[in-house]
Design a protein around this ligand. Structure first.
Ligand code: BES
Ligand code: ZN
Length: 854
């Protein structure tokens, strides 16, 4: 054991310090002798010193390993155990390093390295988990081929690549593609497979499997179809083919993240792959399809071309998120996907960018890399690629991507390499564009307009508020997609991309018969905050007439926000014109149901808090909650007479199909049911609950009833029906808290932490409860401080079990400076309490100190 002392000053790693490893790793051979508490790992690794190495230090990472023996070329050597690994004197020529270590998978509750979940062995190595399996240069720029032998009595024993042999008690695997250690994987246990196959465009047959625990076989068919669609899509759109004869997916119950792209052996959180109509909602199906695509797409963007170091994480994650979004847009609805993504970006990335945890998509320093798998790296990373595509155009985008795959296949790359292919493919200078990768913070773009003599002028002023460590910001390249409408609602100028490059810039449009209505930032063409003086009348006009579906929704969203802000700040009544516009839209059967459902979904309370904060007000969570309640109640009453008819008209008949079309209709129907339940005492929802044959409708009915405090019987019945299904029980846990009133939220959550089915060891269950607490805005921020206290207590308890999940969930406090001084003091006390915990993990220590110091 060579862990750092508790609360020791943590080491910071810097991008500028990058140095290549001094040795080539020619090949890796690993032998595992599996045993729950004492697994032996033997490694045989051929190293060759690099002739041009700046640094010949032979250092191998290693953590929580018991070293049994080490040899060089067959002769025992004495390695020096140092902080975070070992050093050894080695020959100045090629040599074979062998080590034997012992590890304890059953005691590994951090779920990083080799661990056990529900009796099965599995691994999670990204980002730096391989060093908990054996001593190794655990960095993504060290790539090698792996041969793996697994010895044990598990019925199924899998690793990366192709099987090369198996017998009683052993199995061997070989992965011909050189890879970094973070893509290594091993799974062993009592598993059954749902098989499938795919023939690539060049005619190669690929065997596909989804491996699950016995009993879950019936929940694999949807994932398998999603995998085949992904493989086909990547061939059709990017020309990329799969490169092994076998592709395995395994579902595990205990997993810190959603899923992992290990070469040829993807490992999934069971919540992100198992699906059936009875147990999964439409949202689950959409997420599963997207995440299977995401991990599959990593085979090229991440695995064949990987990252030089972890500062470059967005090179693979931003690009792969961008690709999976393109896929979902193609499989489902492009505008709906765009709107969903912008809602998520504003809910998760904007608060990060505007708070103490702000960092650029390519950070320049970190203490614990696990803390940088963030909305900024992922979602903003993807937005940056979307802007690049918009600026260079589709043809140039694919030209640049082809060059990327051609030039960098088999390499570990940087953002510089990525931008260079765009420069070379298009002849464009991207030095200013590169600021998107190095500057944190969300730009504000102030828009003003002028009209005279047929000429319309739009003036844009951009600025970005300071972020931690970055007081000054330079103007960035911002693609601003703009269209113009005439006052009678016709589009008079189609979408055009204006390129902002200066702090202040004007663009003119000539030959107009009258002052147009601008539709600005169409498709949300850049991740910025627009500031523009406008009126509710103009917003309602755009809601009715804009040809850009995103901006059409955005207009409705802005109206919803304005109404709620006015209700909170001035005690105003819900805006009548807006209610009328909503009513009209709900009844408009010409409009896509999914789109109507989105317009009818109110902005979240946390979104209202963020908006108030951006405008210089201190949000009061209780007032925001009250305004939301009043608004929804008023809307329900306004629609009262038509709700039963609307409910009937939007009910989807026939067998459940988890496609986009059905999902959109059910989303609208569920919104209407929740309004109706406020007025009919829960009659319709109770009927729907009783007759539902799929989880989407069962869950929607239960949620509507519980929100109206009419769901006690159904909640009990739901528990009885589903208590043996872990994934459905996660929904039940979360829903109790999501539906609780502000004053009872913390108590409800606390009670659930005492429930026999609550567990600190299963991240899904912990997140179901604590995530729902943090997600209930008014409940979490209740003036008593009970929400803060409960979360802090549970984070402290979780930290020694699972630091990664603890640290991620700490981010629930990141918006603390938005609130009043009393709440700030309460949160600060909780953060300080966490920080003072003895033995606190490096992960949580970094997150909490960043939140406190900004
Ligand atoms: N490579 C990640 C998984 C990962 C993240 C492993 C952090 C270790 C540490 C994977 O490709 C990923 O990004 N998964 C996402 C889902 C995806 C659809 C954005 C996840 O797990 O949430
Ligand atoms: Zn990913």
């Amino acid at each position: 054991m060579n862990d750092a002392a508790p609360n020791a000053a943590p080491q910071t790693f810097y991008l500028k310090d990058y140095k290549p490893f001094g040795y080539e790793v020619e090949s890796v051979k690993l032998t595992f002798q599996l045993s729950p508490n004492a697994t032996k790992v033997h490694s045989a690794i051929r190293f060759t010193p690099k002739a041009d190495a700046e640094d010949n230090r032979f250092f191998l990472h290693g953590e929580q390993l018991s070293l049994i023996s080490a040899k060089i070329d067959g002769t025992p050597v004495t390695a020096r155990l140092v902080d975070g690994g070992l050093e050894c004197d080695v020959p100045g020529r090629s040599f074979l390093w062998e080590a034997e270590v012992e590890i304890d998978p059953a005691a590994n509750t951090a779920l990083e390295g080799l661990y056990m979940s529900n009796g099965m062995y599995c691994t999670q190595c990204e980002a730096e988990g391989f060093r908990k399996i054996t001593y190794y240069p655990d960095r993504p720029d060290v790539m090698s081929t792996f041969t793996v032998r697994i010895e044990g009595d598990e019925p199924v024993m899998l690793s990366n690549g192709n099987p090369t042999g198996a017998g009683e008690g052993w199995a061997e695997w070989h992965d011909p593609w050189p890879k970094p250690a973070y893509l290594f994987a091993l799974v062993a246990g009592d598993l059954v497979n749902h098989p499938g196959s795919f023939t690539t465009k060049s005619g190669k047959d690929v065997e596909l499997n989804i491996w699950v625990r016995p009993g879950d076989e019936g929940k694999c068919a949807f994932g398998m179809e999603a995998l085949k669609k992904s493989m086909k899509w990547d061939e059709d759109v990017y020309g990329l083919e799969y490169d092994l004869d076998l592709f395995n997916i395994v579902a595990v119950d205990d997993f810190n993240m959603g899923a992992m792209e290990n070469k040829g052996l993807n490992i999934f959180n069971s919540s992100c792959v198992l699906a059936s109509p009875e147990t999964s909602t439409d949202a689950n199906f959409e997420r599963i399809e997207a995440i299977i695509a995401h991990e599959y797409f990593h085979n090229w963007t991440g695995n064949r071309i990987t990252c030089r170091d972890w500062f470059q994480l967005c090179l693979k994650e931003g690009l792969t998120v961008f690709r999976d979004a393109q896929f979902t847009a193609d499989m489902r609805s492009e505008p709906v996907k765009r709107i969903e993504d912008v809602i998520a970006l504003r809910a998760r990335q904007f608060p990060e960018d505007g708070g103490p945890l702000a960092h650029p998509p390519r950070p320049e320093e970190f203490q614990e890399i696990n803390n940088f798998y963030t909305a900024t790296v992922y979602e903003k990373g993807a937005e940056v690629i979307g802007m690049l595509k918009r600026l260079v155009g589709d043809d140039n985008y694919y030209k640049a991507l082809n060059l990327y795959f051609e030039r960098h296949d088999g390499q570990a790359c940087t953002i510089e390499d990525w931008l260079k292919v765009f420069e070379d493919a298009t002849g464009r200078d991207l030095s200013q564009f590169k600021l998107w990768y190095s500057q944190a913070g969300t730009p504000r773009v102030k828009v003003s307009e002028d009209y005279a003599d047929g000429t319309y002028t739009l003036t844009f002023e951009q600025s970005t508020p300071p972020t931690p460590g970055q007081p000054e910001k330079a103007p960035r390249v911002i693609p601003m997609a703009v269209g113009l409408l005439s006052p009678n609602g016709d589009e008079i100028r189609a979408t055009e991309v204006l390129e902002l490059t200066e702090a202040k810039q004007s663009f003119t449009f000539d030959g107009l018969a009258s002052k147009p209505v601008p539709s600005i930032l169409r498709e949300f063409s850049a991740p910025v905050i627009l500031e523009r003086e406008t009126t509710n009348a103009e917003r309602a006009f755009l809601l009715a007439h804009d040809t850009d579906p995103f901006n059409c929704w955005e207009a409705g969203n802005a109206l919803a926000k304005e109404t709620r802000v006015a209700m909170v700040l001035d005690g105003a009544a819900p805006d009548a014109a807006y209610l009328d516009a909503l009513e009209k839209l709900v009844r408009d059967d010409e409009q896509d149901p999914a789109f109507r459902a989105l317009v009818l979904s109110p902005p979240s309370q946390s979104d209202i808090a963020q908006t108030l904060h951006e405008r210089g007000h201190t949000p009061d969570p209780q007032k925001i909650y009250d305004a939301a309640e009043t608004f929804t109640q008023t809307l329900a009453q306004q629609l009262e007479t038509s709700l039963p008819r609307l409910y009937a008209a939007t009910t989807v008949e026939g067998p459940y199909v988890p496609d986009a079309d059905g999902a959109g209709k059910r989303a609208l129907n569920s919104r209407i049911l929740s309004l109706l339940t406020r007025l009919d005492g829960g009659e319709q929802a109770a009927r729907q609950y009783a007759s539902a044959d799929n989880m989407t409708q069962q869950y929607a009915a239960l949620a509507a009833l519980m929100k109206a405090e009419k769901g006690e019987a159904q909640s009990k019945a739901f528990f009885e029906q589903w208590q043996d299904d872990r994934l459905v029980m996660d929904k039940w846990f979360a829903l109790q808290i999501a539906c609780a009133a502000p004053e009872t939220t913390a108590a409800t959550a606390k009670e659930l932490t005492q429930h026999p089915l609550f567990s600190m060891k299963n991240p899904n269950r912990f997140r179901a409860v604590m995530g729902a607490l943090a997600g209930n805005h008014a409940g979490f921020h209740h003036a008593s401080g009970a929400g803060y206290q409960l979360l802090a207590e549970n984070l402290i308890a979780l930290d020694s079990v699972n630091p990664q999940t603890t640290a991620r969930m700490c981010a629930a406090f990141q918006t603390w400076k938005r609130y009043d001084s009393k709440r700030q003091a309460q949160i600060q006390a909780e953060l300080e309490r966490i920080l003072a915990t003895s033995g606190l993990s490096r992960d949580t220590h970094e997150m909490v100190s960043r939140m406190l110091s900004a």
